[in-house]
Write a protein that binds this ligand. Structure first.
Ligand code: PMP
Length: 358
């Protein structure tokens, strides 16, 4: 059976070993005579798998008990509202760094609940982000929100900004790509469908000290403290997605954890950006210090060739390279499960395409 190289921004490629394990367990999970998704979410088996997934994630990221690890639903987009709903009790002033399209979506949603203040914005060609020391911060912000990796724009902040207000990060497209210092953050959230597992699951890492700041009309399903007290089971959770996320965490641990993953990811990104920079034919719109390790947008010298590039790439099993509809061009997402073999195949194809069309 052949598998293509999948460069989709999300839902993204999953590790082959994880899919094989899930396939082998599909009809009869651990002698239960049922698939995992048919088991009661309150059964000891399902609760045990959720607990092990959480424990593995805590080991991988070094998460202490000061933080809750929550498995929620509704995607990262639901957290755009949940963040002000859970923290807006402290102040209705919300600070946001605007580093790209996902930042702006988060800001738009937060406007429903208070006053959104942009501390700084990315700009320029190539795109860069002003340094944190220049950000115009509010005195009484309930929190400072930023998006460490902008999936569409391919812009990544490689340093964690300091903040006196609680620091909230949308890590949807960068979490688990490398080690991070959890203690430097207060709230981290991420949709699962890139580095965690299948869509349908949303990961939250929340400093418990922040409980008690929710707005009175925060729905129970969006309330982090309520979710924590119910062990992420306020209602029927997406058990199968949770089980697959657990298999992904185990796969990461087997590969040596996030330090090892960071080395792989850095090497992949360097190879792809190197190929782009080494050619007159391809270009990347982001200043080198803000380039994403996970999402690499690139353009062809002649946009008329985009369709041919995509068609020929697909014919060679290089899938989902079309850039986001709002920016055009190409985008290669190279998350954890997309290995160096995929990057090698892509770079080889790009060089060969340039020879024929450059
Ligand atoms: N934030 C970022 C950085 C994203 O990349 C995405 C999805 N691509 C989202 C938020 C929205 O995630 P979801 O579809 O899970 O709501």
């Amino acid at each position: 059976m052949s598998r293509v190289h999948n460069f989709c921004a999300g839902p993204a490629a999953l590790p082959r070993a994880v899919l094989e394990r899930a396939a082998s367990e599909m009809l009869d999970w651990h002698g239960s005579g049922m698939s995992f998704m048919e088991l009661s979410h309150r059964s000891a088996e399902v609760v045990g798998v959720a607990e092990e997934a959480e424990a593995a994630l805590r080991r991988l990221l070094g998460i202490s008990d000061d933080f809750a690890v929550l498995f929620a639903q509704g995607g990262a987009s639901t957290q755009f509202a949940a963040v002000p709903l859970n923290l807006g009790g402290a102040s209705r002033q919300f600070d946001y760094l605007n580093s790209g399209q996902w930042s702006r979506k988060a800001m738009k949603e937060a406007q429903r609940f208070g006053s959104v203040h942009e501390v700084a914005a990315s700009s320029g060609k190539p795109v860069s982000v002003p340094g944190p020391d220049t950000w115009q911060r509010s005195d009484d912000a309930a929190y400072l929100h930023y998006t460490p990796n902008e999936t569409i724009d391919g812009v990544e902040l490689h340093e964690v900004p300091e903040s006196s207000a609680p620091l909230v990060a949308d890590m949807s497209s960068t979490i688990l790509s490398r080690p991070i210092d959890i203690d430097a953050f207060d709230v981290i959230y991420a949709g699962a469908q890139k580095n965690i597992g299948p869509a349908g699951l949303t990961l939250l890492i929340v400093r418990r000290e922040l409980y008690g700041r929710s707005l009175e009309y925060c729905p129970a399903m969006l309330n982090w403290q309520a979710l924590d007290e119910a062990n992420s089971m306020l209602n029927t959770p997406p058990t199968y997605s949770n089980y697959l996320a657990g298999l992904v965490f185990a796969w990461l641990e087997e590969l040596g954890g996030l330090g090892a993953m960071a080395q792989r990811n850095r090497a992949k990104a360097e190879k792809l950006y190197g190929a782009i920079d080494g050619s007159e034919f391809y270009g990347n719109p982001v200043a080198p210090e803000f380039r994403s390790w996970m999402n690499v947008p690139f353009t062809l010298a002649d946009a008329e060739l985009d369709r041919t590039f995509l068609a020929e790439a697909e014919a060679q099993g290089l899938m989902n390279l079309k850039g986001h509809r709002s920016v055009g061009g190409m985008r290669a997402s190279i998350y954890n499960a997309t290995g160096m073999d995929a990057v090698d195949a892509l770079v080889g194809f790009m060089q060969e395409f340039e020879r024929r069309n450059g």
